[in-house]
Design a protein around this ligand. Structure first.
Ligand code: ADP
Ligand code: MG
Ligand code: MG
Length: 883
């Protein structure tokens, strides 16, 4: 078996599309090598080695030793150095790399191959002893920590001690001699901690490092990251071993990271940061303030430090050319890592860059306009769920703001929440329903769970490419990074700003679009959508087959949904038309009434109000279909609760409060969701549905007469389980339609259909379809009734089910395609058999869930209906389902 793939020297055995085998990093290193880009040579041990390793009690396949040795020889040949050689030692990095990037999750070891012997060779060879010993101490530090498990602070303490003793602030101020002292102390510390000396055999170092990378697949923070991002446990990581290049050899050396376009706004500008005379993670770790690549970037961020464009103009131009080449080749925005060694550029990584939702939209639309990708690709590129970020509120520009500090606008969006200082505290409070802002000096991968739990993230150190910034953008959390005016006093649990001391639990607001940090909560306003958003939604509309309606009952919801392009109302719940204000008293009066006459008298009070509600809705929807569900909730919910409410009803009905109380206790239900609700109300009190039908038809007639608009109501009967229920209700509606037509002279075009929300209804769909012009799958109730799982009580244990792997996702969030979905399929099929043109749709939370929408497209439903804010998400998901 081939376990190892070589790259470098202008060719490679792997390719970008082999990411499953080589991991993302390895596959792209191979691809860049083959493109002729300056990539230090190396080899990749595949993810299959990782799988083998875990399947065989942490042992490697027998052929691996020889293949790794051949890999090392391959590197040696290209660079002309020898691994472990005392005079001309080859140093390598050992880098992890899973299929999808897991930023900072897995550990990388740099400068491997250094020993007390080889470090002398390196000093000779480079003519720079300071550099050689700096590299060695870095190696001991990294290897000691990542591979040997010696805690980081041990090394930090030693380094701080030596800096203090010398009276300097920066690492760069230490000399070769100083580093030798640091190294001696480091080694002593390692020996003290582990009871054996720091390994002096490069081969042993290499194999331990490889083992540590494979081992890091199962460290807690990697497991957490996989859980949050739905990455399967069995994918494994690859290991990349690569010749070292050095950004820490002096002032003509540097290391940096860049995005080929601005990851925050999507603007087509080179965006990145670099540090002179530095190595590896120095840029992202925030050890020194990074400098900008371009003069424009420097100006935009008010930096006083010179840009790479100024300090190394030639290398910068070369890097800029690589930027263009990579974008053209990958046809996507790239996130790159590079190092400059004595004026020579080396590429160390490229991958599709994480970006904010607005940036993703802009980049997709721009790239399509630039001819890099076509419209379908642009549509496929946007994660529907990420649109959420665009549709949500931003700070009200008119609101008073008490700005206490400014940082970098690392991830857009505004958020207010209580200050917390640790990831655990964030998670704790969030689980109790509190909104928190996680405030850290800088974040590290250990903080992932807290970042996820927080509504926003604030750091006092680190740039736009710092860990906090990258992860926040990926999660869609607002983030302000590097707010240097703030000081975190972790011990006292205080956030200290000029003139402010903010304690844990106090509210602040951050604006990730401007970088502002404010005391207290600042009011927000609805967002304005960009032209790119409209363009992309237009492209989505070109391909999508499913229609998208909205669940709306108030004029505000209906208008919002129309603005987002809803193509009708798929579910107008009418219960609020009975609850609002004076209506509830009339409704209770109706419930209390002893006879039909009494009920009709009470309902007559509600009729004009409902009619007016429908007039408004029809007018807003301008002839688009409007599905109106007749009264559905249990009667139980309308009962008066307090003595005061009972007295109110008593007064309106002309009976005693005691009589009301007695009637209320009679009507009490112990399981109301399966009780007197849905069409059962219409069966027992036909007057209710009669009144509602009348309100609908009269409203339609009025809109026609006054505005000349044709409303086409679709009247929907809820909770049908027995075909006869629908037959009876339809008869009432048809009769009222005729009556109203006679009275108003206007024949309203309408249809009658039903919700399919009981398993029995799904099974008997063939018969039900005789009276139903349409089915709307009420997947909330259908999930509830199929599982026999109360959606109001499931929250308490459903997480435990997810954790134990009994169910994959909460079936109330993402449609259970196996069980509930099977019923949907059966009902669709049987319904169509009876009535070939039956209209099919779903309403319920699932209508806005991309995975569920894919299922609906598969089953061939005509439309999905979702809440107004999810309409764009549903449109995009529907388009992707049609690609
Ligand atoms: P991560 O997956 O956490 O980004 P990497 O494997 O990319 O880890 O390594 C982190 C950093 O280490 C790189 O960005 C690069 O600066 C540095 N690095 C890795 N390999 C080399 C190498 N061969 N030569 C010089 N620097 C390297
Ligand atoms: Mg990297
Ligand atoms: Mg229902």
């Amino acid at each position: 078996t081939k376990w190892v793939y070589h790259f470098g020297g202008g060719s490679a055995e792997g390719r970008a599309d082999m990411r499953n085998l080589l991991g993302g990093k390895g596959a792209n290193l191979a691809e860049m090598s083959a493109l002729g880009l300056p990539v230090p040579p190396g080899f990749t041990a595949t993810t299959e080695v990782c799988t083998y390793f875990y399947a065989n009690g942490k042992k490697y396949p027998a052929e691996l030793t020889a293949q790794v040795e051949a890999g090392v020889a391959h590197i040696e040949k290209i660079v002309g150095l020898k691994f472990g050689d005392a005079k001309a030692p080859l140093l390598v990095s050992v880098r992890s790399g899973a299929r999808v990037s897991m930023p900072g999750m897995m550990d990388t070891v740099l400068n491997l191959g250094l020993t007390d012997e080889t470090v002398k060779g390196l000093a000779e060879m480079s003519g720079d002893a300071r550099f050689a010993y700096d590299s060695y101490r870095r190696f001991i530090q990294m290897f000691g920590n990542v591979v040997l498990g010696v805690e980081h602070h041990n090394f930090e303490d030693i380094l701080d001690f030596h800096k203090q003793e010398k009276g300097v602030d920066l690492d760069t101020e230490l000399t070769a001699k100083d580093w030798q002292k640091v190294i001696a102390d480091y080694k002593a510390k390692v020996e003290e901690e582990l009871g054996k000396p720091f390994p002096q055999d490069p081969k042993e170092q290499l194999w331990s490092a490889i083992g540590a990378v494979f081992g890091s697949w199962n460290i807690p923070r990697a497991i957490t990251y996989r859980k949050i991002n739905d990455i399967p446990e069995d994918w494994g990581t690859a290991v990349n071993v690569q010749a070292m290049v050095f950004g820490n050899m002096g002032e003509d050396c540097a290391t940096g990271v860049a995005f080929t376009r601005n990851p925050s706004t999507g603007a087509n500008e080179f965006y990145g940061e670099y540090l002179i005379n530095a190595q590896g993670e120095d840029v992202v770790a925030g050890i020194r303030t990074p400098q900008h690549l371009t003069i424009a970037g420097k100006k935009a961020n008010n930096s006083t430090l010179p840009a790479m464009e100024e300090t190394m103009p030639e290398v910068f131009q070369q890097l800029n050319a690589v930027r263009a080449q990579l974008e053209k080749h990958y046809t996507d925005m790239q996130d790159i890592e590079f190092t400059v060694q004595r004026g020579t550029l080396y590429m160390l990584q490229t991958r599709n860059g994480k970006r904010t939702a607005p940036a993703a939209l802009k980049i997709a639309v721009d790239m399509c306009n630039e001819g890099l990708i076509d419209r379908k690709t642009a549509v496929a590129r946007i994660d529907p769920a990420s649109l959420d970020q665009l549709l949500h509120p931003t700070l009200d520009p008119k609101a008073k703001k008490d700005v206490i500090a400014r940082g970098l606008p690392a991830s857009p969006g505004a958020a207010s929440g209580k200050v917390v200082f640790t990831a655990d505290e964030a998670e704790d409070r969030a689980s109790k329903g509190e909104k928190v802002i996680l405030v850290r000096v800088e974040t590290s991968p250990e903080d992932i769970h807290g970042m996820h739990a927080a509504v926003g993230i604030l750091t006092t150190r680190g740039g736009m490419t710092s860990h906090a910034a990258v992860v926040a953008r990926g999660m869609g959390r607002p983030c302000v990074s590097g707010a240097g005016d703030l000081r975190v006093d972790a011990a006292q649990k205080l956030l200290v700003a000029k003139g402010h001391k903010i304690a844990e639990g106090e509210v602040i607001t951050i604006d990730g679009g401007t970088g502002e940090v404010m005391a207290g909560a600042v009011p927000t306003i609805e967002p304005v959508l960009s032209g790119d958003f409209a363009t992309l939604m237009g492209w989505a509309d070109e391909v999508r087959k499913l229609r998208i309606r909205t669940n709306a009952e108030t004029p505000l919801d209906a208008r919002t949904a129309r603005q987002f392009g809803a193509e009708g109302i798929g579910l107008c719940r009418t219960e609020h038309m009975f609850f609002d204000g004076a209506r509830i008293i009339a409704m209770r009066e109706m419930i209390m009434a002893e006879d039909v006459a009494g009920r009709k008298k009470a309902l007559a009070k509600i009729l004009p109000m409902q009619r007016q509600d429908f007039v408004e809705l029809f007018h807003i929807m301008k002839g688009l279909p409007v599905t109106i569900r007749l009264l559905d909730p249990p009667l139980h919910e309308f009962l008066p609760h307090s003595r005061e409410e009972m007295a109110e009803v008593a007064a309106a009905s002309g009976i005693t409060t005691d009589a009301v109380a007695y009637r209320a206790s009679q009507l009490h239900e112990s399981n109301p969701m399966l009780g007197h609700r849905g069409c059962r109300l219409g069966i027992t009190y036909p007057e209710i549905y009669e009144m509602q039908a009348r309100a609908i038809f009269e409203a339609a007639a009025e809109v026609k007469a006054k505005q000349g608009e044709t409303a086409e109501p679709e009247i929907m009967i809820p909770l049908v389980g027995i075909p006869k229920e629908l037959t009876l209700m339809k008869a009432i509606i048809d009769r009222v339609a005729e009556e109203v037509a006679k009275e108003t002279g206007h024949k309203v075009p309408y249809s009658v259909g039903t919700m399919i929300e009981l398993p029995r209804a799904a099974l008997l769909a063939g018969e039900i379809a005789r009276d139903a012009a349409f089915f709307s799958f009420g997947t909330n109730d259908l999930t509830q009734t199929t599982y026999g799982l109360s959606r109001d009580d499931a929250a308490r244990f459903i997480q435990s089910y997810e954790r134990q792997g009994i169910i994959e996702r909460d079936p109330f969030i993402s449609l259970d395609t196996e069980g509930v979905g099977e019923l949907v399929k059966i009902a669709a099929e049987r319904g169509r058999k009876t009535r070939s043109n039956i209209k099919l749709g779903i309403c319920g939370e699932h209508g806005g869930d991309p995975a569920s929408i894919h299922f609906c497209a598969q089953v061939g439903l005509d439309y999905v209906s979702c809440s107004p804010y999810r309409v764009p998400i549903a449109k995009l998901a529907a388009a992707q389902a049609a690609l």
